[in-house]
Design a protein around this ligand. Structure first.
Ligand code: HEC
Length: 141
């Protein structure tokens, strides 16, 4: 009986540590992602994530981020996006160029985690491995 109790205690402690570690990872990713956002994305999507009516779609409370598969969001950010899209009931028909090469897969993962979890948004933590699978290498199809 005692052994069972100890094992259960160890199990709970392990789960608690795992949850804490992932919370810390998320906080680190959010911080690093904010730096990339401020340096690159903010010019168009604005510090508030509100974008610019008719020109740059919003990221803050955007139904697009909530309803699209994360693979589509990753693809949009790293490989670029053009053509008509609808965000929060408004149509946009602009061009977003691919993420410049000086930004690593890690930078991309962090900034996508940031936009998906900032301004009251709630989404997943994106990893560099997920970005690597989707990002197109220049010259390769
Ligand atoms: C030069 C301006 C510009 C920059 C810089 C830019 N975007 Fe965009 N972004 C756009 C435009 C324009 C669209 C809409 C494209 C269309 O109409 O098809 C868009 C669309 C999006 C979308 C999909 C629509 C939405 O509102 O959810 C996401 C997500 C996004 N951008 C994220 C980012 C992130 C993250 C960065 C920084 C890594 C970034 N963008 C940098 C102009 C920009």
């Amino acid at each position: 009986m005692k052994i069972v109790r100890i094992s259960v205690a160890i199990l709970f402690a392990t789960v608690a540590i795992a949850i804490n570690a992932s919370a810390a990872d998320k906080a680190t990713a959010m911080k690093a992602g904010e730096a990339v956002y401020t340096k690159y994305c903010k010019t168009c999507h604005q510090a508030t994530g509100a974008g610019m009516p008719g020109v740059y779609p919003p990221l803050a409370k955007a139904d697009y981020l909530k309803t699209k598969d994360k693979k589509i969001i990753i693809d949009n950010v790293v490989n670029g996006l053009k053509g008509e899209i609808t965000v929060n009931g408004k149509k946009y028909k602009g061009v977003m160029t691919p993420l410049p090469k000086q930004y690593t897969d890690e930078d991309a993962a962090n900034v996508i985690t940031y936009i998906m979890n900032n301004w009251g948004n709630s989404g997943p933590v994106i990893t560099a491995a997920e970005v690597k699978k989707i990002r197109k290498v220049a010259g390769k199809k």
